[in-house]
Design a protein around this ligand. Structure first.
Ligand code: C2E
Ligand code: CA
Ligand code: CA
Length: 640
């Protein structure tokens, strides 16, 4: 056994290291409670680690300080505190193991053996430490005040835990994002070097400090930064930072976006399997690439051209690898990729650009970004700005909104006395826009209701004019989106415009398309019932295009069912389809709905539709949509 004077033994120690640990633990606690931290399971372990570390440092200071106060040769408290100090450090090591197991999401068959070994080791070393201290085999202060050291239980325990941790990190290295793994490896190496240096310098003040390093790594890598450590993704703000940085350095970047719409739901996240695949795909093909999770179901990989000069090759490889994975998981996808464009980098708008590209691409395809996309995106942004302006000004006669309309042929009277109002947008610099270019946009951004009000105002103006000029106008229908009906103000707004214009309310009809959602159904039902009392008529638009729920349709008091052009086309295919459309229409007319066929293009269509219970016909055969002021050409004057 090695012997040394007590003074000499304790001289190897100065409280400076432990006091530093205590201070840093307090500091981290303050930071954790004052910044945004994801409250995951590993976070709770992390907090425990800080508490144990704090306690270990504190007990270590106490235990080294104890001996000075002892004059009677009774060193019992020194022994107890020394054992407590070791037990706290072992608790820390055990918590590190638990932490890694939780972080790696190990399944029970992998987790249980590791935990069994770790807990056994934990119990074993603590018991061994106590027994060898009691029996004086590891640490003893003799009556003459000399310290005798023997078996180094602590070192064996320490090495045991380190082996388990290294095993876990190597065996499951693919479970965590590379950068995070490297962060942990790095801190472990630094901690180890510190312990060796401490030994070489015949010191023992920095043991607890070395335990602090992994905690700091966790704090930085796992809890306080925007990494999603399983996916390895950073959020969209971080992506904007990276784009800005590269733009300022005049570096071109490569963008690769993967969108899986199945995961684009509130609160959803990728399954673990998908996370793992995305992580591997993105880390294996590009050098220094960073993955961003910009929204649910949408990740974007950004790499710079400088480190990946052969990027075309790499893109091909990643796509090939993706298709192999796709064979097994089969989630719908949209992939967009390409090089940076100066103007998009300057405006930092890749995410919006990609979203616009998504709207125009087919599902399960890969799209290379071209300048055309940028042009279209610019136009889109311009349209959005104009819509915003229209919505803000709320001028119900805004000249940018054009009212076109299509006269509807009334079979019973053989005349045109109704029509459908259709919206066009005429914007400076862009010109005329059709609904497919702006209705969706207006709906998504909450501008649709103002547009509807403008169309309604202009339609009322026209009806008023036609009535004054003695034209026979039964009614004109406008299209309304279900989205705007959710607004409490909806019925009030509609009523006010019609009232103010002074035309009878029954001159207006509202077309709505069926919605699949139950709550929309309830909203629609309430509104239809309310406005129907005023005399407003309701049409069910686009019947035959969705998954029609007959029970729901019957639950809504529509006046006219508009059969979509697809049914007109279907009825042309064969007798069976014709019979089907005919009996659907027959059923509606028996139930007192009128049937209107849309998209009647020629005489053949017309003939068939007349034979299939049509009351009204609409389509290019009679007229393409025309500016509303031309409607009078179709309408007849009341005979006097
Ligand atoms: P919709 O309500 O089904 O309108 C009928 C569409 O079919 C019109 O397209 C019309 O031009 C087109 N069409 C008419 N006759 C024929 C034909 O014989 N053959 C074919 N193939 N097509 C024909 P448009 O004007 O481009 O409108 C497209 C859609 O945009 C409309 O479909 C409607 O859903 C929406 N929309 C138009 N105006 C408004 C509006 O003021 N508000 C809202 N919320 N949506 C509108
Ligand atoms: Ca319509
Ligand atoms: Ca329609």
């Amino acid at each position: 056994m090695e012997q040394s004077g007590i003074q000499q033994y304790f001289d190897k120690y100065s409280p400076v290291g432990d006091i530093t640990v205590i201070a840093i633990c307090l500091l981290i606690t303050v930071l954790v409670f004052t910044s945004y931290v994801k409250k995951t399971r590993s976070y709770k372990i992390f907090l425990n680690l800080i508490i144990y570390l704090f306690a270990a440092a504190f007990v270590n200071v106490l235990y080294h300080d104890m001996y000075t106060g002892i004059t009677d040769g009774n060193y019992r408290w020194v022994y107890i505190l020394r054992c407590a100090y070791h037990a706290l450090l072992f608790s820390n090591l055990l918590l590190y193991v638990v932490y890694i197991v939780v972080l790696q999401h190990l399944e029970p068959p992998k987790k249980l053996p590791v935990m069994a070994v770790s807990v056994s080791l934990y119990v074993l070393v603590i018991v061994a430490d106590i027994i060898t201290t009691v029996t004086g085999k590891s640490f003893k202060i003799t009556n003459s005040g000399r310290v005798v050291t023997g078996m180094n239980i602590f070192m064996w325990g320490y090495l045991g835990f380190i082996s388990i941790i290294v095993f876990l990190m190597v065996a499951n290295r693919k479970r965590l994002y590379k950068q995070v793994m490297y962060g942990f490896y790095g801190t472990m190496v630094v901690a180890f070097i510190l312990l060796i240096l401490q030994n070489i310098c015949n010191q023992n003040s920095y043991t607890v400090v070395s335990f602090l390093f992994p905690v700091m790594a966790m704090f930085y890598l796992v809890h306080s930064n925007p990494y999603d450590i399983e996916l390895g993704a950073v959020d969209s703000r971080a992506m904007e930072d990276l784009v800005r940085y590269n733009y300022e350095k005049k570096r071109d970047i490569i963008i690769m976006s993967l969108y899986l719409p199945d995961f684009d739901v509130e609160g959803a996240s990728f399954t673990e399997e998908i996370q793992e695949k995305i992580r591997l795909l993105s880390s294996e093909h590009f050098k220094q690439a960073v993955l961003f999770q910009v929204s649910n179901g949408h990740v974007i990989l950004v790499a710079d051209k400088y480190h990946n000069p052969d990027y075309e090759n790499r893109l091909n490889k990643i796509i090939n690898a993706f298709y192999i994975e796709y064979e097994s998981f089969k989630y719908d996808f949209k992939i967009v990729m390409g090089e940076s464009f100066e103007e998009i980098s300057r405006r930092n708008e890749y995410i919006s650009l990609i979203k616009v590209i998504h709207d125009h691409m087919e599902m399960n395809t890969v799209h290379m970004i071209e300048y055309e996309d940028v042009e279209r995106f610019n136009k889109y942004e311009q349209v959005l700005k104009e819509l915003e302006d229209i919505s803000r000004k709320k001028d119900l006669r805004d000249p940018r909104i054009l009212t076109y309309c299509q006269p509807v042929y009334n079979i019973k009277t053989g005349k045109y006395d109704t029509a459908e109002a259709l919206m066009r947008l005429k914007l400076p610099e862009i010109g005329m826009l059709y609904p497919d270019r702006f209705i969706g946009l207006a709906e998504e951004n909450g501008y649709i209701h103002v547009l509807t009000q403008i169309i309604l105002q202009k339609t009322c103006d026209e009806i008023k004019y036609l009535l004054e000029k003695n034209y026979e106008v039964t009614r004109i229908s406008i299209n309304v989106s279900v989205l705007e009906m959710r607004d409490d103000q909806f019925t009030e707004d509609i009523r006010k415009i019609i009232n103010d214009s002074g035309i009878p309310k029954e001159k207006i009809a509202i077309e709505i398309t069926e919605s699949q959602s139950e709550s929309d159904f309830i909203v629609m039902k309430n509104i239809i019932e309310e406005l129907k009392d005023d005399g407003i008529k309701f049409y069910l638009d686009d019947f035959g295009t969705g998954y029609s729920n007959m029970e729901r349709i019957m639950g809504l008091p529509f006046d006219i069912i508009k059969f979509d052009r697809s049914l007109v086309l279907a009825s042309e295919k064969n007798k069976k389809s014709e019979k089907m459309v005919e009996s659907l229409a027959g059923m509606f007319s028996e139930l007192d709905y009128s049937v209107l066929y849309e998209g009647v293009e020629d005489e053949n269509d017309e003939k068939r539709c007349i034979n299939m219970h049509a009351s009204y016909l609409q389509g290019y055969k009679y007229s393409k949509p025309i500016p509303m002021i031309e409607l009078k050409r179709f309408f007849s004057k009341v005979e006097e």
